[in-house]
Design a binder for this molecule. Structure first.
Ligand code: SAM
Ligand code: SF4
Length: 333
């Protein structure tokens, strides 16, 4: 489609030869939780309602991204389920030709009432962020969340026929004692249980002590179970997949800190205010809003620039990396 010079990607490849086929699209920066690893207690500055893109604009961005080779869109937040009209938006997203997959990441609090509608809107798979199976600990980590609501959401999602992935951010001395209990959820359910290394985006005090490296998580599981590595799929993302021998479900380990997976990064991100990012940790954004008033070719060109901006790897584990200037809830993880 274009030459390889001046940051112009060839088809959907970036200048390091990585195929970019995955868009994380945030529909809101609002959230009904205040997870301690994601935002400070007082919350984060929010965009004004005027700044948040209308669904039709988010759809235009998604369509333009598909023209550039995006095959999978993950809808995220803040908490995506708090935005009104989400179900209709998801159905329209699903109707985009050549978009192979629409998936959602949620904290699960509102899933009990929405799971059936999500399925009907064409969502096949949902990632639920859940960091503890103990009521008090869950409330503490999320600063007030009710685990019972998430469990009801999981039940409803299963009943609706949604495939489930559970994402646990592992933090030493906070919830790492539950690694084995989480892994055991995969024994007689077809769920994928994924362990994510804690990322110090808010540079909390003594953050290094909190990070439990993926290798340690695996070692701990291997002490208890025979763990079998699985093949990764083209659209799998950064998770290294395993199975406890004989289990119905699987386990995934995601290591943004101890072993960054930038070499196989396949994604770009767009916030609910229309800021496109080529890397979660990059300070650089491209504001897509001005392009929404122009024709689709210019919007595609702006997205090409985002792909062209992708760096080869991030440096979050370095001491020189200060507190991130963005919030995870604003970007959508
Ligand atoms: N509210 C939704 C949820 O919690 O699933 C979607 C947005 S949330 C920002 C997306 C993902 O980012 C969640 O799985 C969350 O656990 C993860 N996340 C947020 N802060 C993180 C951190 N400091 N380290 C690792 N993962 C983090
Ligand atoms: Fe927690 Fe997700 Fe909300 Fe962040 S955006 S506070 S991870 S629920």
């Amino acid at each position: 489609m274009h030459g390889a010079d001046n940051n112009q990607p060839v088809m959907n490849c970036d200048r390091f030869g990585r195929t970019i086929n995955y868009l994380r699209l945030s529909v809101t920066d609002r959230c009904n939780l205040r997870c301690s690893y994601c935002m400070p207690e007082q919350g984060v500055p929010l965009c004004s309602h005027d700044e948040i893109l209308r669904y039709e604009d988010l759809l235009r961005i998604a369509r333009a991204a598909v023209r550039l080779g995006i095959e999978k869109v993950r809808v995220t937040g803040g908490e995506p389920l708090v935005r009104k009209g989400l179900i209709g938006f998801l159905a329209s997203l699903n109707a985009i030709p050549n978009l192979a997959e629409v998936v959602l990441t949620t904290n699960g609090l509102l899933l009990a009432s929405l799971a059936g509608q999500l399925r009907q809107a064409g969502v096949g798979r949902v990632n639920i962020s859940l960091d503890s199976l103990e009521f008090d600990r869950y409330a503490k980590i999320t600063r007030g969340g009710d685990l019972a609501e998430v469990l009801a959401g999981i039940k409803a999602a299963e009943k609706a026929g949604l495939q489930l992935k559970l994402n646990m951010v592992v933090m030493r001395d906070i919830n790492d004692s539950e690694i084995e209990a989480f892994a055991e959820l995969s024994l007689d359910r077809s769920w994928s249980i994924r362990f994510i290394e804690y990322m110090p985006t808010i540079r909390a005090k003594a953050w290094r002590e909190r990070v439990v490296p993926g290798a340690e998580i695996l070692e701990r599981l291997q002490k208890k179970y025979r763990i079998v590595p699985l093949a990764t799929g083209r659209m799998c993302g950064p998770s290294r997949p395993f199975r406890i021998e004989g289990a119905q479900g699987s386990i995934g380990i995601i290591t943004p800190m101890s072993n960054h997976f930038c070499g196989s990064c396949n994604r770009i991100r767009v916030t609910s205010a229309g800021l496109a990012k080529s890397c979660l940790l990059s300070e650089q954004t491209v504001d897509l809003k001005p392009y929404l008033a122009q024709d689709d070719d210019l919007l595609c060109q702006a997205l090409r620039q985002v792909i062209g901006n992708k760096v080869d790897y991030h440096q979050m584990a370095d001491d020189s990396f200060g507190p991130a200037s963005f919030s995870m809830s604003g970007i959508g993880g």
